[in-house]
Design a protein around this ligand. Sequence first.
Ligand code: MN
Length: 494
Amino acid sequence: MLKTKPYTFWFVTGSQPLYGEETLIEVADNSKVVVDGLNASGILPFKVEFKEVVTTADSIHQLALDANNSKECAGVITWMHTFSPAKSWIAGLKALQTPLLHFHTQYNRDIPWGSIDMDFMNTNQAAHGDREYGFIGTRLGLGRKVIVGHWKNEDILKQIAAWMNVAIGVKEGTNIRVARFGDNMRNVAVTDGDKIEAQIKFGWTVDYYGIGDLVEEINQVSDEALNALYKEYETMYDLPEAVKEKGDVYESIRYQAKVELALKSFLSKGNYNAFTTNFEDLHGMKQLPGLACQRLMAEGYGFAGEGDWRTAALVRLMKIMSDNKATTFMEDYTYHLEPGNEMILGSHMLEICPTVSATKPKIVVNPLGIGGKEDPARLVFDGQGGDAINASLIELGGRYRLVISEIKAEQPKIETPHLPVAKVLWKPEPNLSEATAAWIYAGGAHHTALSFTVTTEQLVDFAEMTDIEVVVIGKDLNLRQFRNELKWNEAIFR
Ligand code: MN
């Protein structure tokens, strides 16, 4: 599986010199206890490192520059244990380029009713110190996260964990690299776009390759590697009866195995962790990559069909945020419009990631009916049920809008014996009609990244960190209000 680096998060406590050394030592000691507690909780996916108690504008500025410079630091967590006059934070916060969490906590959970005195009040001032600090964040227009609560509270720790995974997605932006095999599908609007802007905004690199470059790699796959991978398929999936005859079906599956090996080799040589294919551009290939794309998605690669590089990058981003759990490329396929039971069936020609599977995937070889190539092998399964989100990142003439639809997925109960693709079934919130009208008003694409793991909150935080528009279609949707929100956002994000 593709791995992200073992990043750390810096913990910085704000104070000021006037308290005297004794208090500052106590503040530092308490901060270390908090950081040790965060690390020992077992809830945070990355390590927190205590840096220092900062008391001057110079030391804060220097710390921000060090954080920017560090390859390991994926974000800074700040806490004002005492009062820290916020003018001393201006230069540092203006310079800071990593995600920022304002952790508004306090050392003690409860008020020590019997012993509380003025010494205690001087040392434990987060309730007002963090408000002074919060003001300057707002005044500077910082896209930071605020989490409020005691540092031992499990719910608070989970919120920090979720934020960390978003910060990693932002930090890893410059490592998201998409290889496009062929261009995007001719005449399609929503999958087109500005690759330079994507790199400026998110750090994503998007490179084009002719399909011949992949064909050359396919031709170099060794029989040894191919046989080993085919054995892996036999242990992981149900294979069709026909493979015993070693005829077309067997050869078709082995061809996808070859494509998988070639893709993986090609992508790793160029440090790519996302890619696109296009059924219109398969010169020299026998099949559209299907099973191969599904297998690579399962390993954490971002993917989207028809050359949709922006969705491929979004899938990779959400795989980073979810540690590759239950996240896939998706397309709104067709509707079930039975009154009171309206649903969307999601799938694609072939390429749905098995991390969302509820059933053991089986390999199927079937005609595609499009693209004029041989029958491709693909994994077929039923998607899991549960709360999930569908996300689409669109471009509106030099700016981005992230559209999120909250959905309730249901594991399919009815067989579809003649539909040879993996499928996920869901009901969008608050209902299909209003949710879909909102999606269309917002300009959301037919391609999405679907995740059972990444939350709305996390994508909203991502949008905040990268300063892009985000709209959420959920159970509180008010369609009239939503249409106005889109108009207001036009003014804000111009
Ligand atoms: Mn498509």
